[in-house]
Design a protein around this ligand. Structure first.
Ligand code: NAI
Length: 344
C-alpha cells in the first residue's frame, strides 16, 4: 500500500518507516500540509495520512474521492479538521483514539507547575546568574480546586495527577462517568458551578459546535479572580480575544496554552524570522503570566511509537477487511466510532 503522508516533521519518520516496513505500507513523506492546493499530490496513492492542521474539508474530500483515494488515516485523536458529514459515503476516516493520555496530562501539569512556581522566569534568571527571588512567589497546589472539563482518557489521568497533589476536583462532562464522582474530593457539577468555584480550570474535551469557545467572555466573568486556565485540548475551545481581555483586567491570573485557535499556519514551524501577524497571539505571548507551547503535549517517545503502530494497523485492517474499530463514522450527524464496516 502507498500512503501520502502530509505535514511531515523529522520526528514522524523513524516510527512510521519502522511500522510501515513491518506491515508492507510505504509512506511518501510530504512536508506540505494537505489542503485544496496540495490535494493533487495524492494521485496514484491508496490513502493519505494527516495530522491536526491538515485540511480535510468538503473540497479536499471530493478531490480524494474523484482520484479514488478512499482512506484518510488521521495520526491523532481529534477529527475536528475533517468535514465528517461530507466524508460519509466518500472516504473512510480512521484515527488513533488513544496513544498516550499520560503524555498530554503530564504536559498539562508541567505547564501548571511552571506557571504557578514561575519556573520559566527562574530558568532565564539563573542563566544570567541572577539569583534574586523577587516576584517569584508562587502558590501551593495542595488544597486548591481544579475544574476539569472533559473526563475522558486524558481528563481522568489529569485528575489522578491532581489528586496526587492533594487538589480537589470539580468535573464537568456531557457524558459523566458516575463511578468517578466520590461525593467528596471529585464531584461532577454543572459548568457554572465549575466556573465559579475553581482556582484552576483545565480543558480536556473535544472541539465540537457545542464546545467552541466554551471559555468566552461570559465564562471568564463567572470565574474566580486569579483563575489559572489550562488548554491542552483544542485552540478554539477558548475565545483568545476574551482571554486576552481577562488577562489585561487581572481577572485571569495565568493561562497555559498548548493550542491556539489560529495555530494552523504558525504552530510546528519556526517563525522566528518572521513578523507575527496575529496580534492577539503576539500580545498573549508578551504577558508574563501566559505560557505557550506549540501543540507539544503529545510529543513523547511512547506516544510517537503508539501513533505510528496504531495508524499502520488501522490502514492494514481497513485494506484487508474493509472495517476498522478506529473508523470515525457520521450517522445521523453524530460522529461515532464505526464498529460495523457496513457504512458504505
Ligand atoms: P476522550 O474522547 O477520551 O475524552 C473526551 C471527553 O470529552 C469525553 O469524556 C466526552 O464525553 C467529553 N465531552 C464531549 N463533548 C463534551 C461537551 N460538550 N462538554 C464536556 N465534555 C464533553 O478524548 P481524550 O483522549 O481524553 O482527548 C481529549 C482531547 O485532547 C481531544 O479531543 C483532543 O482535542 C485533545 N488532544 C490534544 C493533544 C495535544 O497534543 N495537545 C493530543 C491528544 C489529544
Amino acid at each position: 500500500m502507498r500512503i501520502a503522508f502530509f505535514d511531515t516533521k523529522p520526528y514522524d519518520k523513524p516510527s512510521f518507516e519502522k511500522y510501515g516496513a513491518k506491515h508492507g505500507v510505504t509512506f511518501k513523506f510530504f512536508e506540505t500540509k494537505l489542503n485544496e492546493d496540495t490535494v493533487d499530490l495524492v494521485n496514484g496513492f491508496d490513502g493519505v495520512c494527516v495530522f491536526v492542521n491538515d485540511t480535510v474539508n468538503s473540497k479536499v474530500i471530493d478531490s480524494l474521492y474523484e482520484k479514488g483515494v478512499k482512506l484518510v488515516a488521521l495520526r491523532c485523536a481529534g477529527f475536528n479538521n475533517v468535514d465528517m458529514n461530507h466524508a460519509f459515503g466518500k472516504v473512510h476516516v480512521l484515527r488513533v483514539p488513544a496513544y498516550s493520555p499520560y503524555a498530554v496530562a503530564e504536559h498539562t501539569m508541567a505547564l501548571l507547575l511552571t506557571s504557578v512556581r514561575r519556573i520559566h522566569k527562574a530558568y532565564i534568571r539563573s542563566k544570567d546568574f541572577n539569583f534574586s527571588l523577587s516576584n517569584l512567589t508562587g502558590f501551593d497546589l495542595h488544597g486548591k480546586t481544579v475544574g476539569v472539563i472533559g473526563t475522558g482518557r486524558i481528563g481522568r489521568v489529569f485528575i489522578d495527577i491532581c489528586r496526587g497533589f492533594g487538589m480537589k476536583v470539580l468535573a464537568y462532562d456531557k457524558f459523566p462517568v458516575p463511578k468517578l464522582d466520590n461525593g467528596d474530593t471529585i464531584r461532577y457539577v454543572e459548568l457554572d458551578e465549575l466556573f465559579c468555584n475553581s482556582d484552576i480550570i483545565s480543558l480536556h474535551c473535544p472541539l465540537t459546535d457545542e464546545t467552541h469557545h466554551i471559555i468566552d467572555e461570559a465564562a471568564i466573568e463567572k470565574c474566580k479572580k486569579g483563575v489559572v486556565l489550562l488548554n491542552t485540548s483544542r485552540g478554539a475551545l477558548v475565545d483568545a480575544e476574551a482571554l486576552l481581555q481577562g488577562i489585561k483586567s487581572r481577572k485571569v491570573g495565568a493561562a497555559c496554552l498548548d493550542v491556539y485557535e489560529e495555530e494552523s499556519d504558525l504552530f510546528f514551524e519556526d517563525n522566528s524570522g518572521h513578523i507575527m501577524e496575529d496580534d492577539t497571539l503576539a500580545r498573549l505571548i508578551t504577558m508574563p503570566n501566559v505560557l505557550v507551547t506549540s501543540h507539544q503535549a503529545f510529543l513523547t517517545e511512547e506516544a510517537l511509537e503508539n501513533i505510528a503502530q496504531t495508524t499502520v494497523e488501522n490502514i492494514i485492517q481497513m485494506a484487508s477487511t474493509n472495517q476498522c474499530p478506529n473508523e470515525v463514522c457520521t450517522k445521523n450527524g453524530t460522529p461515532e466510532d464505526c464498529k460495523t464496516g457496513k457504512c458504505f
